[in-house]
Ligand binder design. Structure first.
Ligand code: SF4
Length: 118
């Protein structure tokens, strides 16, 4: 099955991966028994770490490849941490997501239009 941009507008966006600090419980990393490659993370506190590149003034996750707003890919998609798994694009399942809208706006991208159920 192929997936068009209409089905998944995230593949030509990536704004959320280059706007927020992506932090999570350290044990989500491989060296804590989880799946996230620890070499792509940095410690934040005794309990939290974040994706490299996201704890800075102009965040951009080191695992993101491509150009925001054009064509992007998460290079660790199957092993991404929980905040990434839980982040829904605006309109997904008919639900708004202000964080998605705000991240896109920072890159001059309009809010996603809810394509409807499904
Ligand atoms: S791990 Fe992947 S999905 Fe999560 S912020 Fe980085 S590039 Fe985006």
């Amino acid at each position: 099955m192929t997936m068009s941009n209409y089905d998944n507008p995230c593949i030509d966006c990536g704004a959320c991966c280059a706007w927020f600090r992506v932090s999570f419980y350290w044990a989500e990393c491989r060296d804590g028994g989880g799946v996230v490659p620890e070499e792509l993370t940095e410690p934040l506190s005794p309990f939290l770490c974040c994706m490299n590149g996201t704890n800075q003034r102009q965040p951009r996750c080191q695992a993101l490849s491509g150009e925001v707003g054009k064509s992007v890919r998460c290079t660790i998609y199957p092993s991404r941490p929980s905040p990434c798994r839980e982040f829904n694009r605006a309109g997904e399942q008919g639900k708004p997501n202000d964080a998605c809208d705000r991240a896109r706006a920072q890159y001059g991208l309009p809010p996603l239009v809810n394509p409807g159920p499904g």
